[in-house]
Design a binder for this molecule. Structure first.
Ligand code: CIZ
Length: 301
């Protein structure tokens, strides 16, 4: 074991910390984590832990969500600059103005958003439950969906609901081009194409399965298929290959690499535990309203 890993494990015990890592993190970060998953799974794991400190390896909105759900714990991020461009594509003022334009609409917000945006929302959703959340809302109601236009359009295609969709997008998923997916399909004709709903509608149209990261992992594990073309952030390939050594996983694009997700590394994890930085907190008033939107989502069965 490398000295950096043994020092992290030693400090983790001393500080009473757990390390949780998103499915898009660097392989060595995933391998050292106590739990690897999607943002909601990570926040729920954090909420259940008895550890005092949660070292959250992901991007800022994910650590914020953990801090909202587990307000009695210390949430640390190894790199405070690991932000999310999609979450930054709508500001609280812009959402306030949109709500004024459609005062009767129900606001559904993707988990990839800041705490302030969640606080102004009626419901939160993740990529795994977005369609279910929207289907559960009264049919006569208009729905404002923020901030991801691709996930919004995917929900619209599945539900046919009256939706106002914000024009945000994830730059990493936007880089997955339908032309590239077509070429990969020609190279691997028996492969299943499995994509994330943050992909463009052209890419989604070429897929066999559209799913969140946890859904992608489950689908590939349970499928009889042997080869899969994966349309999401390439960090997920590590877990897919580790959990399915007899299957072949091909990235839909080599460019779908999120630079923010890759800011966390072993050195920064060690420094974070040494110096107890960088603490993520959310002001009480914002946290209480944001928690309401998250709880209403969790109540939808
Ligand atoms: O909720 C998450 O963690 C994100 C951003 C994607 C996914 O599908 O897991």
């Amino acid at each position: 074991m490398s000295s950096i890993i043994s020092r992290i494990l030693e400090l983790k015990q001393k500080r009473d910390a757990i390390i949780v890592a998103h499915n898009y993190q660097l392989p060595e970060v995933q391998d050292i984590a106590d739990y690897v998953g999607d943002s909601l799974g990570l926040a729920q794991t954090a909420a259940k832990t008895k550890a005092e400190i949660i070292l959250f390896c992901g991007v800022h909105f994910m650590a914020e969500t953990a801090s909202i759900i587990c307000d009695d714990k210390i949430v640390l991020m190894p790199d405070p600059y690991a932000g999310c461009p999609l979450a930054n594509m709508i500001t609280p003022r812009q959402l306030r103005e949109l709500k004024k334009q459609y005062p009767d609409a129900i606001v559904v917000t993707y988990i990839n958003s800041s705490a302030e945006i969640k606080a102004q929302s009626d419901y939160c959703c993740t990529s795994s439950n977005a369609v279910k959340v929207v289907r559960a809302l009264p049919e006569n109601k208009k729905i404002i969906f923020v901030p991801d236009r691709h996930l919004g359009n995917y929900i619209l295609s599945q539900t046919g609901r009256d939706m106002v969709i914000w024009n945000g997008y994830c730059p990493t998923h936007q880089r997955i081009l339908s032309e590239e997916v077509k070429k990969k399909k020609e190279l691997y004709p028996s492969a299943k194409v499995v994509v994330h709903p943050e992909c463009t509608s052209e890419v989604i149209a070429l897929s066999d399965k559209v799913s969140s990261t946890s859904g992608i992992l489950t689908y590939c594990k349970e499928s009889q298929g042997k080869t899969f073309i994966i349309g999401t952030e390439i960090g997920i390939l590590h877990r897919l290959r580790k959990e399915n050594p007899d299957k072949v996983f091909i990235p839909a694009s080599d460019l779908s690499d999120c630079p923010n997700m890759k800011l966390n590394n072993l050195e920064k994890i060690l420094w974070s535990l040494e110096d107890m930085v960088y603490r993520i907190t959310v002001p009480d008033e914002i946290a209480t309203s944001a928690k309401g939107a998250i709880q209403r989502m969790l109540e939808i069965k």
